[in-house]
Design a protein around this ligand. Sequence first.
Ligand code: FES
Length: 195
Amino acid sequence: MTDQAPDSKLPESKQPAVARPAAPAAAKPAVVASPARREFVVSWLKFAWIAFAASTATALGTCLRFMYPNVLFEPKSSFKAGKPEDYEIGMVDVRWKEKYNVWVVRTVDGIYALLGVCTHLGCTPSWLENEQKFKCPCHGSGFYKSGINFEGPAPRPLERVAIRLGDDGQIVIDKSRKFQQEKGEWNNPDSFLTL
Ligand code: FES
């Protein structure tokens, strides 16, 4: 033992110093989050979870998208075009132009279908009823009602597409089969529906 007991015979000023036990440190008060702070943390966690879920869903969607091929949805190349009596003799019918880019022309002998693609550089001509011709807006090529070119830079007539009468009496036009006049293909019976 190194600590000495105070000598009661000595005056207090001569008493040796005695080490006293240190007073216990005051306990730190527990940190209690205020309601506002707790609410902020909860909101932040919610936001983080939503952001995480959204980014995961986006990534998943992108992965799924790669599993499917790129498909271009275009109108079918073959379609029913009504009955022959729906068409007026001598007229160029434009009812299928917007959807299928095809004109249907009724003559005394039958019906043919012309493709609305200029044979110069592929622009889309318009039918001008007053002038009785197809006119290309790009470089001015003109085509007769028959499809034969007569003005402008187009080097050849418009193309016809396959036409036939279906079992139900309706006209069937098939754009996947084309006929070129300069190759003698307008003589093919599939390029003209004889009535
Ligand atoms: S694309 Fe029709 S005239 Fe040039």
